[in-house]
Design a protein around this ligand. Sequence first.
Ligand SMILES: [Mg+2]
Length: 332
Amino acid sequence: MSLRTVDVFEERFAVRGKFEISRGARTEAVVVRVEIHDGDDVGQGECVPYARYGETPASVRQQIHAAAAFLETGGDRGLLQDVLPAGAARNALDCALWDLEARRRGVSAYELAGLERRAVQTLLTIGIDEPEEMARQAERGAPFGTLKLKVGSRDGLERDLERVRAVRGAAPDARIVVDANEGWSPHQVPAALEALAELGVALVEQPVPAGKDQKIGEIEHAVPLCADESFHTLEQLDFCAGRYEFVNLKLDKTGGLTHALEVVREAGDRGLSLMVGCMLSSSLAIAPALLVAQHAEVVDLDGPYLLAEDREPALGLGPTGSIDSNPGLWGG
Ligand SMILES: [Mg+2]
């Protein structure tokens, strides 16, 4: 049996300008990258530790180190699902194992997953800002086709509606997704949805905090709703069906591509549509998500577009949101 080794790196990427959501502003993306070496082959994967889910870069690195012995003695993707819980650490290792397997077998990850390699079109995210500034960004971002507006700021629902109105004025033909990141109260939701429906908003993401959405299925959804913070893995699918129309699938929540592909199959059975999302991350975190994107109605994989500088090599990022895979980066 060949000897494997696992290396772990913490890396930082500056954000272009700043990026603000309901929980605060960010000026850099902090990611953890793993390399799994097996003879002359190397597979790599990237994850984003997320404080909202109790993760730090240190805790994720520690989880990866703890699982390294299992991988170094030949543990595979299937068994990895039982060794680590769903989350960022498992995501980096799972994606590195996909990359490694593709390279060892001389095929692409797409072929391993039974998919065809093809480009996907991502939306563009606009962080919380003054309505006029969000409108300026919307005008520039309109060629992406779909714009995702971050709202849920502490300055209140009325101000959020001003933001959406300003963006709609600047990008009259854009498909608009609004993400409150748990920023509203349940009692605000009916009026918010009614106003957003009038502005032609296509989808509203996570209006209220996870745990406060038990009754969200009982109100009228003038705009379809998508669960993000309320949805991590297969375990929450039954909860989300009947309460939401969409779930936002992110590899850092599912703990990798392996579990994500299971969610794709099961969500469809429950009548849930898919958004595929990402954290603030480089091209390496996005590459495996491109496989899931083929099944998604809404593709939110613009992490690298929000960075001042991506890693090298990177995915092929078109100027208006078309993303091409790069075999030299990930997935063979
Ligand atoms: Mg979200």
